[in-house]
Write a protein that binds this ligand. Structure first.
Ligand SMILES: CC(=O)SCCNC(=O)CCNC(=O)[C@H](O)C(C)(C)COP(=O)(O)OP(=O)(O)OC[C@H]1O[C@@H](n2cnc3c(N)ncnc32)[C@H](O)[C@@H]1OP(=O)(O)O
Ligand SMILES: CC(C)C(=O)C(=O)O
Length: 592
């Protein structure tokens, strides 16, 4: 048996302990696995604090201001604006918000501070004059941090926190209306009973009430376990925190294991009411939880995120400018490539899905942008976030007929017949395989015409409607062979097929599709024809201002290709001369 034989790696994985060895979660049954997300939590972007502290080049005042204005415009009602006691830039920024009256009445400002008297005092100085303020105090509580960083045991650390919380309360007395937040940093590695003890003591000290709830924010400062473990930790706190209705239970996941979003979502199922994070997941190390993904995950489930992402690219541009970090092209909802399919079967499915969506919307008289959405491979309609459909399908060597046809339809309004789609897709694949690059709609259009339209010359023609059909008189060449003849048939295509037929080889029109393309001065007709001579068939495409001209060109091209099929790269320019000497003819210019 070879199929599952793997060899041990050389990495020293045995250096690490599983999270269950590090922290015990005293919960034996949980209700979060069977819950559903039905409404948006309270969102708190911390880009201007946690996001900013993780930047190689922190935001200057202009960038901070721009970010703040973006967050307000998007609808965030609680915004952490900085660590004003830690830096003059942050202090000045908060003062600007106050002095320039930049905070709307329905927006609350959160300011961050360590549990130190001097820092707390400075924090209050910064918010003078601001109406809605949360003072957010933090201290790490996990054993390693207690031992290594802070040099405290549980009791002395609790005293340190409690004393600082008294400073926070006193500051609040001088600044009425201030609300309080506490973060036991590294909550997820802290003994749950210790967190409860500390949080409950602050709930009492700060005199939490339903009118003035305290916020206990429980961070996964460094993500160390699977999201279900975090959810258990949150559900345990949700069930056991004192005065639960006077506490807003908040979470603050980071993304060290790449599961920050899952942690936040499961935490909300487990009882969290508030989520702190950053747009596009900026933040320490692998980042804070991504608020864009969280919000749009709700949107994609039919739940209003209460935040406006209707122009996600504008949001992204501002965030990229402020953070000086680019958003990855695969970033959920906002990356450049996330609504784009290159591969054939996906493109085919999306094309069919679009057609079904438009038809269903029309049948129920709904705006397609409002109609229920169920398009394969696109969890949301790109229009919802201000993206157009242009980039949804892009063609390279992995694409199939569906994608090729979609681009030609969207860009040129031509709907290739299925047989031609199949034939042309093979040519596209050969062309892209050869070059290794992508093909745009104009390149496809050129390849289509070069492949199917270039093999005959239409000198002049005229059609008379006679009793038993259409009489066609024509002068052309088929390759090097001059054609000069006339025939009558049910339509000009079949009449030309007769002209082209010889006693040994009949030319037969197997299929013919005509479509109008362009509009106004650019209006033209495209005709797609498949002819058979003996046991060979070939497609031809004719484009002309006149419908009959385009038909004749298509038949000529098709018949010519049947007798001398062009190689895929065999492209030639062909000119059509004017039919001056045929009074009832049509004057043509262009390719035949
Ligand atoms: C999870 C997070 O994101 S926490 C936020 C982290 N953000 C930042 O640190 C950005 C801004 N910070 C700073 O600019 C500085 O750290 C300052 C201005 C706040 C403090 O600077 P300093 O006084 O020079 O202290 P420094 O940063 O060197 O060391 C931290 C000290 O604070 C103590 N400390 C750390 N966290 C806390 C806390 N939450 N509450 C109280 N004291 C704390 C440490 O034990 C250490 O004390 P020690 O000097 O007695 O060993
Ligand atoms: C202290 C909290 C809020 C924090 O930033 C973290 O744990 O990452």
């Amino acid at each position: 048996m070879h199929w599952n034989r793997q060899t041990p790696s050389v990495m020293p994985s045995n250096r690490y302990r599983s999270h269950t060895d590090r922290v015990e979660i005293p919960i034996t049954e949980r209700s979060w696995p069977t819950r559903q997300l039905t409404e948006a939590p309270l969102w708190v972007p911390v880009d201007l604090r946690d996001g900013n502290q993780a930047l190689a080049e922190p935001m200057d005042p202009g960038r901070k201001r721009r970010f703040f204005e973006l967050l307000v415009a998007m609808g965030y009602k609680e915004i952490e604006v900085g660590y004003p006691s830690a830096s003059q830039t942050d202090f000045d920024f908060v003062r600007d918000l106050a002095e320039q009256d930049l905070v709307p009445d329905d927006v609350t400002i959160v300011v961050f501070t360590a549990a130190r008297t001097d820092l707390i005092e400075r924090t209050y100085e910064s918010v003078r004059g601001l109406a809605n303020v949360v003072v957010h105090m933090y201290t790490a509580t996990a054993p390693t941090w207690r031992d290594v960083v802070l040099g405290h045991d549980r009791d002395s650390l609790h005293r340190l926190i409690f004393d600082a919380a008294q400073d926070v309360a006193r500051g609040g007395d001088r600044h009425p209306g201030t609300r309080f937040e506490f973060s036991p940093e590294v909550f997820n590695l802290t003994e749950p009973d210790f967190v409860l003890q500390v949080c409950d003591s602050l709930t009492t000290l700060w005199d939490a009430s339903t009118d003035r709830p305290v916020i206990h924010n429980l961070p996964a400062t460094v993500e160390i376990s699977t999201p279900n473990a975090y959810a258990d930790q949150i559900e345990y706190m949700h069930r056991n925190l004192a005065r639960r209705d006077s506490v807003i239970l908040s979470v603050h996941p980071h993304n060290d294991r790449g599961t920050g979003v899952a942690c936040a979502e499961l935490a909300v199922l487990a009882g969290a009411q508030r989520v702190e994070g950053c747009l596009f997941g900026n933040g320490e190390r692998t980042g804070n939880v991504d608020l864009v993904t969280l919000a749009l995950n709700l949107h994609a489930q039919g739940v209003d995120p209460m935040i406006d992402f209707s122009d996600i690219d504008a949001v992204r541009r501002t965030v990229e400018y402020c953070n000086r970090i680019e958003v990855h092209p695969r970033h959920p909802y906002g990356g450049d490539l996330v609504y784009t399919a290159f591969s054939g079967t996906h493109q085919d499915a999306i094309k069919k899905g679009f057609a079904r969506h438009r038809a269903a919307a029309a049948a129920s008289r709904l705006d397609p942008d409002r109609a229920p959405w169920d398009v394969p491979y696109l969890p949301i309609d790109p229009h919802d976030v201000g993206r157009d459909y242009e980039a949804v399908i892009r063609v390279n060597s992995q694409s199939g007929k569906g994608g090729v046809a979609y681009l030609l339809q969207e860009e040129y309004g031509v709907d290739l017949p299925r047989g031609l789609q199949i034939d042309f897709a093979r040519r596209v694949q050969r062309a892209t395989d050869g070059s290794g690059t992508e093909m745009t709609a104009p390149q496809l259009w050129t390849l289509l015409q070069d492949s199917y339209s270039h093999v005959g010359t239409l000198h002049r023609w005229a059609v008379d409607h006679v009793e038993d059909g259409d009489r066609l008189r024509i002068a052309a060449t088929l390759g090097d062979t001059p054609i000069d003849g006339e025939a009558t048939a049910s339509d000009p295509a079949r009449a030309l097929a007769r002209v082209l037929s010889t006693p040994d080889a009949e030319t037969e029109v197997l299929s013919l599709t005509r479509q109008s393309i362009g509009s106004g001065r650019d209006a033209a007709t495209a005709t797609f024809v498949q002819c058979r001579v003996g046991d060979r068939t070939a497609w031809g495409v004719g484009v002309d201002r006149s419908a009959t001209g385009s038909t004749l060109r298509a038949v000529l091209a098709s018949a010519s290709r049947v007798s001398a099929p062009a190689r895929p790269d065999d492209v030639a320019e062909v000119t059509v001369r004017c039919g001056k000497d045929l009074p009832d003819g049509t004057v043509d210019t262009g390719r035949a």
